[in-house]
Design a protein. Structure first.
Length: 319
């Protein structure tokens, strides 16, 4: 495995070296797909703790997504911004990925809100009087008799409630590296026209057979590139979140993978904007101010991402 990956990385480096010597493209971010997670009958997480506003994830993601689309269009007027949905409709992940792939997106941003399993609390809310019996016996042997004497006793009455989580803040997810096979599959299913490689010279762009060994190798390179770009945009989103004083929880890959991120033929991230199950975060997520702040934060990250892609020589190397 290790040897294999060394060889692969060597080939990858070589391929990247070749591509680096080709004339740089001026515009690499033409289309951004903004996905409001969940929708319709797929409600997503719901505020369930005691004192919750009972906010629904599908509403929060739609509100933030609509603001993000507006902000991106305002700040990047030359970029096409395609939302997966602008209303409360149900879409399965396949539909979302298809919209992204059909529109030949260069970047996929999925908006979600975090859910956690809540702990149940128990507290006394009063007392109640119950009748109990004191049992005594009289006599011996066959004459032994049982006698129950009733008496009243005050006992506590409890109620159970869901405790809000103390976790709050924004995290960013990428597709899991070990799920690269799925990403390669989405690349294979896609059209070579989707790839930035062809942009260097439209007239000589050739079709690549992604089922051939060479084609498979190229697909792996694309998956790796998507991984690097996804990591870059995720890191920038995390930085911009921290910049507004909000808890930036970092960049993660989920062990189980995130289907929509694997199935999109482009760099893709999922932003867990905040915790619906947290008292402050839930209020932040439903507020106009919070939603707008998140839209602006993500837009600033996208602008930095675009600048780094399109003017790599003007910015210091990332990491
Ligand atoms: Zn979600």
């Amino acid at each position: 495995m290790l040897k294999n990956s060394i060889i692969r990385n060597g080939l990858l480096f070589f391929a990247l070296l070749i591509s680096a010597t080709l004339p740089a493209q001026t515009k690499k971010l033409n289309t951004i797909i903004v996905d409001a997670g969940h929708g319709g009958t797929d409600v997503g997480a719901v505020g369930q703790y005691e004192g919750s506003l009972k906010a629904r994830e599908k509403d929060i993601t739609l509100a933030i997504s609509n603001k993000l689309v507006a902000e991106l269009r305002k700040q990047l007027p030359d970029v096409k911004v395609v939302p997966t949905r602008t209303t409360d409709i149900y879409q399965d992940p396949k539909t979302k990925a298809k919209i992204a792939n059909d529109n030949k997106g260069d970047l996929f941003i999925s908006i979600h809100a975090d859910a956690v399993n809540l702990k149940t609390g128990k507290r006394q809310i009063g007392t109640k009087t119950v009748t109990k019996y004191k049992v005594t016996y009289t006599g011996k042997g066959k004459n032994r008799k049982k006698k129950s004497t009733p008496y009243k006793e005050e006992v506590p009455v409890y109620e159970y409630y869901k405790i809000p989580t103390t976790r709050k803040g924004t995290s960013v997810y990428l597709f899991a590296a070990h799920k690269t096979e799925d990403k390669i599959r989405s690349i294979k299913d896609g059209d070579i026209e989707d790839f930035e490689m062809h942009g260097h010279d439209d007239t000589t762009s050739t079709k690549i057979d992604f089922n051939s060994p060479e084609g498979r190798h190229i697909a792996q390179i694309y998956a790796k590139r998507y991984q690097e770009k996804s990591d870059l945009i995720a890191t920038l989103v995390n930085e911009e979140v921290a910049r507004v004083g909000r808890e930036a929880l970092g960049v993660y890959q989920r062990q189980v993978g995130i289907w929509v991120l694997q199935a999109t033929n482009m760099p893709a991230i999922l932003v867990e904007t905040g915790f619906i199950a947290n008292y402050e975060d839930e209020r932040y997520l439903v507020s106009e101010k919070g939603q707008q702040e998140l839209a602006e934060v993500i837009t600033r990250a996208v602008i930095r991402y675009k600048n780094q892609l399109e003017n790599p020589q003007q910015v210091p190397a990332n990491k």
